[in-house]
Write a protein that binds this ligand. Structure first.
Ligand code: FAD
Ligand code: NAP
Length: 530
C-alpha cells in the first residue's frame, strides 16, 4: 500500500512503468515526489486537522473517516489521516482507499511491510486505537519484570509453555523451539533448541546492545526471538555455534567479571515469541562504511562492517534494507549483498567472524537514496536490517542446468547464487548468464565474468545490449522469445533446471511470462522481487 521508496522510479516515460501485471504504479503529478512529501511534512502544516493533538480513536470513529478528503487508516494500532498523502502515493489513491476507515495493516504488509511508515507518516498521526486487544490468559510474555528470581528463571529458561504461539502455528507450523542457559566462571552459554535439522549459521541473528541480548532464529517461515536484558555486564565479542544434526544453536558470551549469575536477566519486548516471520518487524543495526570502489561509470562496490556485537550472515539470494535519515525522514531501500569478487574461491558457510557485507549499488543522480549513500564518507554509518527474501538454497540442490537472466543491477542476486552453485553443487553441468544492459560501459564486472567463463568450462556468459554503439557485434535488444529459446537449451533432455531472473519489474514479469510460454514449470523459475 504505502509503496513509498520506489515512488519515482522508474521515470514517467520509462518502459519500466509499463508493467504487465502485479502492483501498478500511477504517474504522479508534478511536485508530488517523495522529496516533495518530505518537504510538506517538514513545513509545519497541520496535516491531521487536530492541531498537534493525539487522540484515542474508537472503531466507530475510524469507520466514519472513509472518504478521499477525510481518510483515516489504522496501521499496527496507530491511526493516520492519509488524505494529505493521497496525491503522493505511488500506488495511487484507489489503493490507499481500499483501507479507508479501517485497519490497513494486512494490506500494507502484503505490499511493503518494510516501508518506514512511522517516519513517513508521522505528520499524519491522529492517535492510537482505543480498543486494546485482550491478552491471552497465562501468557508468560506479560509477566511483570519485577517477579522474584525463581519465577524469572522459569521465564528465562525457555521451558514454559509456548508463548505467543499463534493458533495456526500450533496446528500447522514447525514445533515450537525452546531455550536454556548455563555458565562457567567466565562464560555464559545460551542454547536454543530449534527442533529442526536444517539449521545453519545464517539461521540466527544475534545483537548484543547495552547489556541486552537479542537472538532471532529463523525456522522455516517462523521467527523465534530471545530478547533479554542481561543481569550482568558482558564483553562485546561472542561466538555462535550450530550443531546442525540436532538443530541446536549455542551463543557463548564472555562475562566481564568472573562472578556467578543467579539468573540470565529479565524479558524484553517479544521475548520467547515464535511467530510467522512476516509478522515480525525489521531490526536494524548501524554498520560502518569501510570502502567504496568504482565498478562502472555509475555503479560502486560498497563495503560495510557489522558491529562486533552482531552476528549476521545474509543467506544466498536474500536482500537487506539499508536505512538512512534523509531530510529528517528515515528512508529504507532494499539491496542484495554480493561477494567482493566473482573470482575468489567461495567459502560456505561464510566464516562466523566475517564482519563485512559488500553491495554493488548503482547511483542514480536524480534518485532519493543512492546520492545520499554516495555522499557518505569512509567511517560513516548506515543501518542494515535483517535479511529478507524467498530464495532457498535447496532450490540449487541436485541441479544440472542453472540459467541466470539479469538486467542492470538485477545482476546482484546472481553473484552469490553463481558462486555457490559452481562450488557446492556436484551435479551441476552448466551455468549460463544472459546479462542485459544498455551499453558496454554499463556491464558490471565484465572482465571478471569473462575470466570466470575462461576458468570454469561449465560457465558461459552472454551480454545483450539495448543501446549499443556501432562497434558492438554481440547480441542486441530486449528480453524476447527468440533470445530466450536459443539461450535456454538444457544440457540433457530432462535435466534438472532452474532459471533465475532479476531486473526492472517489467523485465522480470515479461521474462517469467516468456519462460512459462517456453514450458518451464513454476518450480523451475525463481524471480527475485522485493
Ligand atoms: P529513486 O529515487 O527510486 O529514483 C531512481 C531513478 O528514477 C532516478 O535517478 C531517476 O533517474 C528516475 N526518476 C526518479 N524520479 C523521477 C521522475 N519523477 N521522473 C523521471 N524519472 C525519475 N539496486 C542496486 O543498485 N543494487 C542492489 O543490490 C539492489 N538490490 C535490490 C533488491 C531488491 C529486492 C529490490 C526491490 C531493489 C534493489 N535495488 C538494488 C534497487 C534499489 O532498491 C533502489 O530502488 C535504487 O537504488 C534506486 O534508489 P534511489 O532512491 O536512489 O532512486
Ligand atoms: P537499466 O540499466 O535501466 O536496464 C538494464 C537493461 O534492462 C537495459 O537493457 C534496459 O533496456 C532493460 N530494460 C529496462 N526496462 C525493461 C523492460 N521494461 N523490458 C525489457 N527490458 C528492460 O537497469 P538498472 O537501472 O540497473 O535497474 C535495475 C533494476 O533491477 C531496478 O529496478 C532494481 O530495483 C532491480 N533490482 C531488483 C533486485 C531484486 O532482488 N528484486 C535486485 C537488484 C536490482 P533500456 O535501454 O530499454 O532501458
Amino acid at each position: 500500500m504505502l509503496n513509498v521508496p520506489s515512488q519515482s522510479f522508474p521515470g514517467l516515460s520509462s518502459q519500466q512503468r509499463v508493467a504487465s501485471g502485479g502492483r501498478s504504479k500511477v504517474p504522479l503529478k508534478q511536485g508530488r515526489s517523495l522529496m516533495d512529501w518530505i518537504r510538506l511534512t517538514k513545513s509545519g502544516k497541520d496535516l491531521t486537522g487536530l492541531k498537534g493533538r493525539l487522540i484515542e480513536v474508537t472503531e466507530e470513529e475510524l469507520k466514519k473517516h472513509n472518504k478521499k478528503d477525510d481518510c483515516w487508516i489504522c496501521i499496527r494500532g496507530f491511526v493516520y489521516n492519509v488524505s494529505p498523502y493521497m496525491e503522493y502515493h505511488p500506488g495511487g489513491e484507489d489503493e490507499l482507499m481500499r483501507a479507508a476507515g479501517s485497519d490497513g495493516t494486512d494490506l500494507f504488509d502484503q505490499v511493503h511491510r518494510w516501508v518506514n511508515y512511522e517516519s513517513m507518516l508521522k505528520g499524519c498521526l491522529v492517535g492510537r486505537m482505543a480498543v486494546k486487544p485482550a491478552l491471552p490468559k497465562g501468557d508468560p510474555s506479560v509477566v511483570p519484570f519485577t517477579r522474584d528470581y525463581r519465577e524469572e528463571k522459569k521465564i528465562l529458561n525457555g521451558m514454559l509453555p509456548r508463548s505467543q504461539v499463534t493458533d495456526t502455528l500450533a496446528k500447522e507450523g514447525p514445533s515450537s523451539p525452546s531455550y536454556d542457559w548455563f555458565q562457567t566462571d567466565s562464560l555464559v552459554t545460551i542454547v536454543i533448541y530449534t527442533k529442526q535439522k536444517d539449521i545453519s549459521l545464517d539461521s540466527v541473528i544475534v545483537d548484543l546492545r547495552d547489556d541486552s541480548l537479542r537472538a532471532e532464529t529463523f525456522i522455516k517461515d517462523y521467527s523465534y526471538l530471545i530478547h533479554t536484558g542481561l543481569s550482568h555486564e558482558i564483553q562485546e565479542d561472542f561466538s555462535v555455534r550450530v550443531v546442525e544434526n540436532v538443530g541446536k544453536i549455542e551463543i557463548v558470551v564472555k562475562k566481564k567479571e568472573n562472578a556467578s549469575w543467579k539468573c540470565l536477566g529479565h524479558p524484553l519486548e517479544d521475548h520467547n515469541s515464535f511467530i510467522p516471520k512476516k509478522d515480525t518487524g525489521l531490526y536494524y543495526r548501524k554498520c560502518q562504511l569501510i570502502s567504496k570502489e568504482d565498478v562502472t561509470h555509475d555503479t560502486k562496490l560498497f563495503c560495510l562492517m557489522l558491529p562486533p556485537s552482531t552476528h549476521l550472515q545474509v543467506p544466498i539470494g536474500q536482500h537487506v534494507y539499508l536505512k538512512l535519515t534523509i531530510a529528517g525522514t528515515k528512508i529504507v531501500k532494499p539491496y542484495t549483498p554480493v561477494s567482493d569478487s566473482l573470482l575468489l574461491e567461495f567459502k560456505e558457510p561464510v566464516l562466523p567472524n566475517n564482519k563485512y557485507i559488500y553491495f554493488l549499488i548503482k547511483i542514480y543522480p536524480a534518485g532519493l537514496f543512492t546520492p545520499e549513500l554516495d555522499h557518505l564518507q569512509i567511517g560513516d554509518y548506515v543501518s542494515i536490517s535483517n535479511p529478507e527474501g524467498n530464495f532457498k538454497i535447496t532450490q540449487l540442490e541436485e541441479l544440472e542446468d542453472l540459467f541466470l537472466l539479469a538486467a542492470g543491477t538485477g545482476f546482484t542476486p546472481m553473484v552469490k547464487v553463481l558462486n555457490y552453485a559452481l562450488t557446492n553443487i556436484p551435479s551441476l553441468r552448466k551455468v549460463k548468464l544472459m546479462f542485459f544492459n544498455k551499453t558496454e560501459d554499463d556491464i558490471i564486472w565484465r572482465s571478471q565474468l569473462e575470466k570466470l567463463a575462461f576458468k570454469d568450462e561449465r560457465f558461459d556468459v552472454e551480454f545483450v545490449l539495448s543501446a549499443p554503439t556501432s562497434e558492438w557485434n554481440g547480441k542486441q535488444g530486449h528480453i524476447s522469445p527468440g533470445l530466450l529459446s536459443e539461450f535456454l537449451k538444457r544440457s540433457l533432455d530432462r535435466s534438472r533446471v532452474l532459471v533465475c531472473i532479476c531486473g526492472p519489474v517489467p523485465f522480470t514479469e515479461q521474462g517469467v511470462k516468456l519462460l512459462h510460454d517456453l514450458n518451464f514449470s513454476k518450480d523451475e523459475i525463481h524471480s527475485f522481487t522485493a
